[in-house]
Structure formats: C-alpha cells, structure tokens
Design a protein around this ligand. Sequence first.
Ligand code: SF4
Length: 444
Amino acid sequence: MTSTTEYAAALKLVEELARAYPDIPIEAIFKEDLLRRGMAWSAAALEVAARYKRKAYFIFSFDMVPIAQMEQNENTKAPEEIRLAGGPYEFKPVVVSVRLNPRSPYRVEMQDESLVLQLDGCPVAAVELQRSPAYYAHTLSNGKPITDICPTIEWGYLLYLTVFRLCQYFGAGEECQFCDINENYRQQKRAGRPYTSVKSVDEVLEALEIIASSDSDSRAYTVTGGSITGKLEGKSEAEFYAQYPEAIERRFPGRWISKVVVQALPRDEVRRFRDAGVRIYHPNYEVWDERLFGIYCAGKARHVGRPEWISRILGAAEVFGPANVIPNFVAGIEMAKPAGFATVDEAIASTAEGLDFFMSHGVSPRFTTWCPEPLSVLGKEQEGAPLEYHVRLLQAYRDTRAKYHLPPLPGYGDPGLGRAVFSVSAFMDVLPPVINQRSAPEDR
Ligand code: SF4
C-alpha cells in the first residue's frame, strides 16, 4: 500500500520539476507522471465513466495491474482516455490515455457531481470524458462488436486496426521485454472480451463502412499488430499487412491518413505500402542504445539486427519522404532495471543522441511513455522511469526538432498545448502550435 508520505512526495515532485523546468508546461509534467504511474478510480467515478467511451484494449494492456487483480472490474468500466482541464493549475485541455493502477497516488473521484483528478488527495484538474461515438453501438454482420475490430483513440482522431493481436516473437528470449501483446491477448480472452486474433480484410472494410457513414472526427487510421517472422495465413509480414491499406484505399481513397506500424522492412517491401496509398510508416525503434536494443528487443536484434534496422529506416525515408517515417521510442525503458542506465543524465544523453541522429536525416521519432505492464518481462516488479527523465526528454525532443527545423508531424493532429490529442506521451503537447490554421497542414 502506498503511504500518505509517498503521496505528498508525488505532488511535491511535480511542483518542483515545474519550477526547475519552466519551459515545460505543468500539464505535460502531470501527463507524463500519470502515464508512468497510472491512475486509480473510485467506485462512483467508475460508474460514471462506464456511460462514456470505454477502454477497448486496442493493442497492449497499457495497465499496471493484470485484469485478474482489478477488484472493481475497472477493465470493463474505465474510459479509453480522459481530458484534463481547469482546476487549481488552470490546465489547458490535455488528453491522457487511461492506464489503470489501483495503487496509484493519482485518483479520479466524484466531487459535487463532477469528476476530479486528485494527487496526494489534492485536486489537480477537472476530468472530462468522451462520449461514445454512435458507431460504437454497432456490431458487424458476423456479430462482432465494432470496438473489437476498429476502436478509436486520440479523442476520436485515430482509428486503430490491430489486425493481428499476437506477435511471432514469442517467449522471454524473443519478445520485446517491455511488451505484453501476447499475454494481454490471453488475459482478454480469459476475461471474456471479444478479441479477434486475426481480423479479416472484409471485417475491417465493413467496420470502416459503418464508421464512414456516421463519423466526422476520425482523420487517420493505423494498421498494425505483432511481428510476423515466418508466415501468417501463408503471407509474409509485408504481404499480410499491406492487404489492409490496399483494400481500404481502394474502397475509401484518401478518406483517412493511412499509417502502418510494422517492422523495419527491406525497401522493395516498403514500396508496396507506399504504392497502396500508405502515407506514414512507423518502423518502431524502441530504444537507441545498442546494448539495450540487444537486450530489450532480442527478437528484432536477432532477426534483423540494429545496423540493418537503422539502414532500413533511412531507406524508407527515401521511399516515403523523411517526414513520413516516424519510428517510435518507448520512453523510459532506458532506465529499467537491471540493465538500464542508472542516471537520468546517461539516459537522456543516449536517447538525445538517437534523436539527433534520426532528425539530422529529417526523420522525427515519436514516443510512447513506457507503461510497466506486469505481464511483460520488464514491468513485473518495477515502476516507470523517474519523472525528471520524462521532462528532460520532452525538452530534448522539442529542441532537437527545432534545431533541424522539422515540419509538424503528419498524422498526429494539431500540435501544441490545449490542442494536441495524442494521449500516450506529452510530446505533441510541448511542440509549438501551427499558427493560423485549424489543423496541421497534412491533416486537412
Ligand atoms: S515486435 Fe516487440 S513490441 Fe512489437 S509486438 Fe512483437 S514483442 Fe511487441
């Protein structure tokens, strides 16, 4: 059980960092803290949340306890995201992904008929919830709920198509150590959630048909899933994943910004995605340090290798244009025990070197703040990285992008505090807004 003293320390830490790094908005500091610690919900707050758009478990668990330990059935009631606004710190709106952790010092409570986020028992901001879009009530002709086939995140901006819910990097020696994709699949099935392991192209098209007929909020879709090291349904990774954007772009040409998250693939395979109409390619890099890449991403290191992974990212930049190649880093795993860096200085120096390398080639990475998921290797018995690491990473990211004059990230909506919708890292909240435009140019 977390003690009251620890709670008080949590609020003090945020306020101290806000004073030490005045160029990082306090909203972004709280957001990073929420992402690395998770949040608890009171029973009354959960009952309210259950009437809004609920967590769909769009790929990983992104929780800090397994479902089996959720005593309030939080997995069926908690929202996908919350939007924080107002309160004693006068928050501009900031969207935060919900990572459940009943032991977190952050807690959403009911107060005077409204939801409030508290830390150390002190109010932080008002909590807003997103209504379920009308299409969430639909099922496909085969009876599957649309929330299984095509949930949305980022406050409705992004349609998320995890078309393969498993990964062929399997077991402790192959799976990425921060990832719970395979274990999460099993726990969701055990919990009775409809959770399709391999979605068919027809299911995806039917879901998008329903969405296209009623929705005007979504701007982009992501096609993704686990890695395919051999074959899936007789297809290689590129063949399997490319069939989805090929079919979607044939049926709905240019209706959404098309993104794929797959491994770093050879150039001819990458071209297939581009030719299908994909605009954004995410060959996720996860962690920059060579030693840590080998440990944390053992499967990728063995099957592809770090130098080849880097070379393929740069090759893809020639196919898509560098601004459209956006590798993800899992922010914070650099400091995971036992192999990670012991100090914030070392961790920042390493990742800043990686950011500088890619950005000097016009390629801008992005982050998902590490969620220590207990069903993953790294998340079993430890907390996330220190909050100061995350604050300094936001600085390094913003400043390195400015150094290379990189354009706004396409496929992420508007950047800037009060406008950004990206919910699993605060990197979009700390970028400068695009002035005098309703949306980032690539998103119109
Ligand atoms: S490649 Fe790694 S991060 Fe991606 S799904 Fe497989 S285990 Fe998870």
